[in-house]
Ligand binder design. Structure first.
Ligand SMILES: Nc1ncnc2c1ncn2[C@@H]1O[C@H](COP(=O)(O)OP(=O)(O)O)[C@@H](O)[C@H]1O
Ligand SMILES: [Mg+2]
Length: 643
């Protein structure tokens, strides 16, 4: 299992950390305010026992008997007791009172001879009783306010940073090179963009707060230690390399196990994606058991890897404590030796050891902080790796207007990565403007590859592609794609309304919607729906039939006012009647649009101005139907087979 993560393990996490910081940096003031608030809350902590002690110490002793201004335990006169007793009735106050040596006065209350007025009672003391609730409640109110502000600012920072990371990741996805999508599973992308940033930033922010809350007192205690006995303190630093060694070792392990766990988790997610996306196939193959086993296998890997990560995490504390105990025992022995030899005072020794112990407990919290940070960075490395995805090259600068749609491929060769033969082999192809051109050929002949090239999703390995005599790589990608409306082989619909699917990312125009829906022979169907144009189509159009999905995609292409229309097997799922209706509608635009039709059913393209027959990535025949039939070649053979 270690070898699975070993390649990544050698990469340091430093670059990931600085990358993360770049996202947090704009919001650092939020983090700072939150830290200040938490430090303020922490600093009020000693105020409560102190105030209570003061209230009880001062409050029980009247000025008259307390000449020196110093409270004498048990010295309160019986007469003053009853009025103050309620203030001391809380358990906390009582315990502090008793620990401060104040004897609860209630026992002597009964012997009170006369009750003085409240004003008289207050007069005799250094502060009036009403101050007690005011100060206590005020203190808690202030603490509450700071706690709230601290939490709020922390979450403000977290949520903003997370939003920024997600936005950056989405930006990457929107610009990524087309080839990225052949290897990136949608569910993996969801995990990396949506879940991971939240997880990472929450862990890091929590760790930062701990560092500041425990780190500052630890530093103060360290200063105090130097002040008392700098020699011993310096000596205590000999344990630092040992601690650093332990932390390094543990972190390496956490990093390795964490990477493994992260990858295992992504593999698990992809099973869920398959099971939900292909649920029909799973059910129809009765593959529930098969999928359950596949899931169980990967779930077990996740379980084992997370357990190992947790075990590595859990090793950190005992190991670093062990190291610390070595240090502490050396120091205590040395200090004892020193005091026996030089006769240094017990008091100094005691305060030194106490401060040392306090510091080590603070440091223990700090040592717990390393693992969450390492874990967070491992996850961050996974999701931020997406930021390194190469963007689609978009080096063109020209923008064409009023494109006629004359297309030419000159000696174009295309080989997909990993393929052992060319998808297109030195292809020459001319598609004249304002005409209907059909591309036919057996599957795998390279028809869809031509479409991918025209839209700039793939780049030719050699050769030129011209649009209106301009090489398409001189055009900006946006301008190039504006010239094409494509109905691709696999229909993609959004989980939106019919209207939004057709007027996708464009202004909605109901008259135009009706026009294109009629052209796509879908208007009657849409009219029969209870919500008409506003009916949602379900995830990828799951509420529609295959033919309806195709017609919706055709309507979307028609809605986009592009000079070139491409239909890649766009009518394959239509019955002959709807297909004829679509064809007739398309004929209205004949002469005004350049139309590229790819079809298996040869009756569909019989009336095309020109038919290009493709085989093995080359054009083997071209001409209109009659010419090709007369030639009695490949095309004629295909027509005969279909009849
Ligand atoms: N993304 C890809 N990666 C590797 N090979 C591909 C890819 N897309 C298509 N091919 C291969 O390129 C050839 C042409 O495919 P395509 O243009 O889709 O054929 P069709 O004429 O059926 O539309 C096929 O042999 C196919 O296997
Ligand atoms: Mg195809």
């Amino acid at each position: 299992m270690t070898d699975q993560a070993s390649a990544k393990d050698t990469e340091p996490l430093g670059p990931t950390a600085s990358r993360l910081w770049r996202f947090m940096k704009p919001h650092r003031w939020g983090l700072l305010l939150s830290v200040i608030a938490f430090v303020l809350v922490a600093s009020t902590e000693p105020l409560i026992p102190k105030l209570l002690g003061y209230a009880l110490g001062e409050g029980f002793n009247a000025k008259s008997t307390n000449v020196a201004g110093f409270s004498i335990p048990g010295g309160a006169p019986a007469a003053s007791a009853p009025a103050v007793a309620p203030a001391a009735s809380t358990t906390a106050a009582a315990s502090i009172a008793s620990s401060a040596g104040v004897v609860a006065p209630s026992a002597s209350a009964a012997s009170s001879p006369s009750r003085p007025s409240l004003a008289e009672v207050n007069q005799n003391y250094s502060f009036p009783i009403w101050m007690v609730p005011i100060v206590l409640i005020g203190l808690f109110a202030v603490r509450g306010l700071f706690t709230f502000c601290g939490q709020y600012m922390l979450n403000w920072t977290i949520s903003r940073t997370v939003m920024d990371i997600r936005t950056a990741l989405l930006q990457v996805l929107l610009r990524a090179d087309a080839r990225v999508y052949t290897s990136l599973q949608p569910a993996t992308a969801v995990t990396k963009v949506v879940n991971d940033p939240q997880h990472v930033v929450t862990l890091i922010a929590g760790a930062l707060i701990t560092i500041l809350r425990d780190g500052l007192p630890a530093l103060a205690l360290m200063g105090f230690l130097f002040f008392i006995n700098w020699k011993l303190t310096l000596l205590s630093l000999i344990t630092v390399p040992g601690l650093a060694f332990v932390v390094r070792k543990v972190n390496r392990r956490v990093r390795r196990m964490g990477s493994w766990a992260y990858d295992a988790q992504l593999r698990l997610v992809s099973v869920i994606e398959d099971v939900t996306r292909a649920w029909r196939v799973v059910r129809s193959f009765d593959a529930a058991d098969y999928e359950r086993r596949r899931f169980a296998e990967r779930a077990r890997e996740v379980q084992r890897s997370t357990l190992k990560t947790a075990a590595s995490n859990a090793m950190a504390q005992p190991l670093s404590q062990l190291m610390a105990s070595v240090g502490i025992s050396i120091i205590v022995s040395l200090a004892l030796y020193q005091s026996r030899v030089n006769g240094t005072g017990v008091g100094e020794f005691a305060s030194f050891v106490a401060a040392l112990l306090f510091m080590s407990s603070r440091l223990r919290h700090l040592s717990d902080v390393m693992q969450p940070i390492t874990n967070a960075l491992v996850v961050a490395r996974g999701c931020m790796g997406l930021l390194d995805t190469p963007p689609e090259p978009d080096t063109g600068t020209r923008e064409l207007r009023d494109v006629r749609g004359d297309i030419a491929l000159q000696q174009v060769t295309l080989r997909y990565p990993g393929a052992n033969r060319d998808a297109l082999a030195a292809m020459d192809l001319h598609i004249p403007a304002g005409r209907t051109t059909a591309l036919v050929g057996s599957s795998g002949a390279g028809k869809s590859s031509v479409v991918n090239l025209l839209l700039g999703f793939e780049r030719p390995d050699s050769g030129r592609i011209l649009l209106d005599d301009v090489p398409i790589d001189e055009l900006t990608k946006a301008n190039l794609r504006r010239q094409f409306a494509v109905v691709s082989q696999d229909i993609v619909l959004f989980d939106l309304s019919i209207a939004d699917n057709i007027a996708y990312a464009q202004e909605r125009d109901d008259a135009k919607l009706e026009q294109v829906l009629r052209a796509a022979a879908l208007w009657d169907f849409v009219q029969s729906l209870p919500e008409g144009l506003d009916t949602t189509v379900g995830a990828n159009g799951s509420k529609l039939s295959g033919g309806q999905r195709q017609r919706l995609a055709i309507a979307r292409a028609l809605y986009k006012d592009a000079p070139v229309w491409i239909f890649d097997e766009a009518t394959s799922a239509l019955d002959t009647e709807s297909e004829r209706a679509v064809q007739q509608a398309l004929e209205q635009w004949q002469g005004r649009k350049t139309l590229i039709v790819i079809a298996h059913r040869l009756s569909t393209i019989r009336r095309a101005d020109c038919i290009q027959v493709l085989a093995d990535g080359q054009v083997v025949e071209s001409g209109d139907h009659d010419a090709l039939m007369a030639r009695d070649g490949v095309y004629a053979g295909m027509v005969k087979v279909q009849h």
